[in-house]
Design a protein around this ligand. Structure first.
Ligand code: GLC
Ligand code: CA
Length: 553
């Protein structure tokens, strides 16, 4: 494995609560991940990224960290993580963890210490404690909204529970106070946390909300457009005084210096929502983050022209600064790709929970989209269960939902639990082999076992077989590993065909039909197809709608 493995890696995202439960309490854990590393190595991914596993009161799925140097007891301890890293490395897998620098949990010792003092104290200077407006500071300091809905400010109360006239900033839940990154102690603390984990062999970090650490001086109003009621998503709050401030880049340059002191150098992938290609490329400069997530690709609808445009823009943006493009279709924050396309195909809204949409089309498109993505040049992400073609569990009752934004927006948003239902490993009832006791922290739907690893292991036509085959080819074929791509013009605009250059080893075509009619594609042997029954009779393939294929050129 080379030092720039991350340029073409396939990285598998683990949401630890929902991956595998070794001790039977219904919550996934580090020991559970260890038991499934062989599965991941066999699947053919290059690395895992594990969502936060630190000590946390779990008000936001662990993105509310109480202690960055401890593993939450529900998940295990630091020794378990060290063992996991060792096991993973033996299998040729890298391990990336999540780090959450924008905010801490309200149980973090720093904020507890601050709350025991009055605003203006040294303890409060690590946060954003700001005088309110109006008589006695009764109003929030400005109009900023929480990404999870409602004001981004909550009042700081004194020991007697009375308002102090000061407010603390939380761009996310009220239990996630934002840190003040202008303070040298905050910077030093995080560089130390990086070293703590890099010293234990960790290969890199996924940086949570990498755009928001620096706030505009004086906390100016953002003057939201009328009608925008809440910062319901990161997309809505683009280009505002909390996001993408120039000063944030200094922080990533300092982090890069830390990562580069290691052998092999450690790597970063940033959660970056930028407002322009140049804004995004700034994060990818050679002395900043190695890669960032490609949310434009993740959000792109089933539309050949738009997909083509997003692929081109992604490659040229990253190419501006010599960084690889990345590709992603699913995460712990977004609906499963199968259901996103199923709802779209049925003309339903993405937040509609009244039914599965057109699941037959959604399932086909989801498989095709995953195969097409894995054929693009650069690094790709798979979210746990994507390799099984899992659907969004849209029907979760409100009573079991835990996403803090669900409560903050009275159910209008905060639907992230539907992609966090635990993984079905077997088709046994109850619990689908997630843990030994049949328990799971979110209920599994009745069709879960049918999509399980055990069931698909025996099937040559399941999504699992498709992903395994694609990942094997990706490793074996120079064209797919490092070959640049060009589009192959098609008469039918609804069809995407790209050619990966394999040099002497031969070129490969990656094709997907987003149109309504079967399309003839000129090419050779079929290497892998997203659906059964696709044949290449004589020098070409008749590609049905909603399918994708890899062919020898
Ligand atoms: C990121 C995470 C999300 C979390 C938020 C606040 O967007 O992906 O899960 O809720 O940051 O930390
Ligand atoms: Ca457990």
């Amino acid at each position: 494995m080379t030092a720039d493995w991350w340029r073409s890696a396939v990285i598998y995202q683990i949401y630890p609560k929902s991956f595998a439960d070794a001790n039977g309490d219904g919550i996934g854990d580090v020991a559970g991940i260890r038991t499934r590393l062989a599965y991941l190595a066999d699947l053919g991914v290059d690395a895992v990224w594990v969502s936060p596993w630190y000590r946390s009161p779990d008000r936001d799925g662990g993105y509310d960290v109480e202690d960055f140097r401890q593993i939450d007891p529900r998940f295990g301890d630091v020794a378990d993580v060290e063992a996991l890293i060792r096991d993973a490395h033996k299998l040729g897998l890298r391990v990336i963890a999540d780090i959450v620098p924008n905010h801490v949990s309200d149980q973090h010792p720093w904020i507890r210490a601050a709350l025991a003092t009055a605003p203006g104290s040294a303890e409060w200077s690590l946060f954003h404690a700001v005088a309110g407006r109006g008589h006695g500071g009764a109003e929030p300091p400005n109009d900023w909204l929480s990404v999870f809905g409602g004001s981004a400010w909550d009042p700081i109360l004194n020991a007697a529970g009375q308002p102090t006239g000061f407010w603390y900033l939380h761009l996310f839940d009220a239990t996630q106070p934002d840190l003040n990154w202008e303070h040298a102690a905050v910077r030093a603390e995080f560089e130390d946390i990086l070293r703590f984990w890099f010293d234990r062999g960790l290969d890199g970090f996924r940086i949570d909300v990498a755009t928001s650490l620096i706030k505009a001086p004086g906390y100016p109003d953002e003057h939201r457009a009328a009608g925008v009621e809440a910062g319901l998503s990161l997309e809505v709050v683009e280009g505002q005084p909390q996001w993408n401030r120039p000063g944030v880049h200094e922080i990533w340059r300092a982090w890069r210096r830390v990562a580069d002191q290691y052998d092999p150098p450690r790597v970063f992938v940033g959660e970056v929502w930028a407002d322009s290609p140049a804004g995004l490329a700034a994060y990818l400069r050679p002395d900043e983050l190695h890669t960032v997530f490609n949310f434009d690709y993740m959000m792109c609808p089933w539309d050949a022209d738009r997909l083509r445009a997003v692929v081109d823009a992604s490659l040229s943006t990253a190419g501006l600064v010599g960084a690889p493009a990345t590709w992603v279709l699913e995460s712990h924050d977004k609906p499963r790709v199968r259901t996103r396309f199923a709802l779209d195909a049925a003309g339903m809204d993405i937040n509609d929970r009244s039914g599965p949409g057109d699941d037959v089309r959604g399932a086909l498109r989801g498989r095709a989209a995953t195969l097409f993505m894995l054929g693009l040049p650069g690094s790709a992400y798979l979210y746990q269960g994507q390799e099984l073609g899992l659907r969004e569990v849209w029907e979760l009752p409100a009573s079991v939902r835990q996403d803090p934004a669900f409560a903050r927006t009275l159910g209008a948003d905060g639907l992230r639990d539907g992609c966090r239902v635990p993984i079905p490993w077997t088709d046994e009832d109850p619990g689908c082999g997630f843990g030994p006791a049949g328990m799971s922290w979110l209920p599994m739907p009745s069709d879960w076992g049918a999509m399980s690893v055990a069931r698909q292991d025996r099937s040559p036509v399941g999504v699992l077989a498709l992903v395994r085959r694609a990942l094997r080819l990706r490793r074996a074929e120079p064209a797919l590993r490092e070959g640049p791509m060009v589009w192959v013009a098609q008469e039918d605009r609804g069809v995407l065909v790209l050619r990966r250059d394999g040099g002497g080893a031969g070129d490969i075509l990656v094709a997907m039909n987003c149109g309504e009619h079967p399309a003839h594609i000129a090419g050779g042997e079929i290497l892998v197809a997203s659906a059964a029954g696709i044949h290449a009779p004589d020098g070409g393939v008749l590609l049905p709608p909603d399918t994708a294929v890899w062919l020898r050129a």
